[in-house]
Design a protein around this ligand. Structure first.
Ligand code: SF4
Ligand code: SF4
Length: 227
């Protein structure tokens, strides 16, 4: 899932300071699961902003609403009226949600209430860890299901580097060395021979280096009027 965390209240207040009517929009999917921007967080943030702006002597009208997903037009249509009534929309969705609102309501100023951080999973209660960098050409089949792009600090395709020590990465004793994890897993699965193959340099065009990416599935597209 997409993992995000809320911006500091002061930063959020600065982003909405020029507006009288603010609509806080939560998202019911990834950011709900990581407790950053769901229904509960939208309600709490709206209440905090109401209270804080009142204490500052500059009270603002703060309403809140949560949609199932900010990244789909049909859910955004459900809040069209509320959006029109607001001076500004404070999105608690990920960066995709913020941009979807800006695209769907081009006349409305939209600001982010979250910092979108990574693609990851909860490793334990209250802890999220990065697992994928969306490189567009998955190599997990070579590495025992452990991603060296997202989990090795240098994104090495042939590791480990000389900084690996006692199973930890040189950046921090709290960070496991991804290549040690890969080695241990391949050893336990009797597949160490996979490490004997030197991986050629990765073609990063499938990742961000090739510019903004797009997937087109012709089998799913709706026919145009001429067809
Ligand atoms: S190899 Fe690429 S697609 Fe696969 S998990 Fe790693 S970053 Fe994600
Ligand atoms: S110590 Fe391991 S995880 Fe850290 S940069 Fe080197 S190979 Fe990558």
């Amino acid at each position: 899932m997409i993992v995000a965390e809320q911006k500091p209240l002061q930063e959020i207040k600065a982003l909405i300071s020029n507006a009288q009517n603010v609509l806080v929009v939560g998202c019911g999917t990834c950011v709900t699961v990581c407790f950053a921007g769901g229904e509960r967080e939208a309600a709490i943030l709206a209440a905090s902003l109401r209270m804080s702006t009142r204490l500052d002597g500059k009270p603002q009208e703060i309403r809140h609403e949560t949609v199932q997903r900010q990244c789909e037009w049909e859910y955004l249509d459900q809040i069209a009226e509320l959006v029109q009534q607001a001076d500004i929309v404070l999105s608690l969705g990920c960066g995709i949600g913020v941009q979807a609102i800006a695209e769907h309501f081009p006349q409305k100023w939209v600001v982010p209430g979250l910092n979108t951080t990574f693609l990851g999973l909860p490793s334990e209660q209250g802890v999220w860890v990065e697992r994928c960098a969306a490189c567009g050409d998955c190599i997990l089949g070579l590495t025992g299901g452990i991603c060296p792009i997202a989990r090795c600090s240098k994104s090495l395709l042939n590791g480990p580097c000389g900084g690996s020590e006692d199973g930890h990465c040189e950046i921090s004793p709290d960070t496991p060395c991804a290549w040690q994890l890969i080695y241990d897993r391949l050893l336990s699965m009797d597949k160490l021979h996979l490490l004997m193959e030197i991986q050629p340099p990765k073609n990063w065009r499938t990742s961000r280096d090739g510019g903004p990416r797009k997937i087109v599935r012709e089998d799913l597209r709706l026919p145009t009027k001429e067809e």
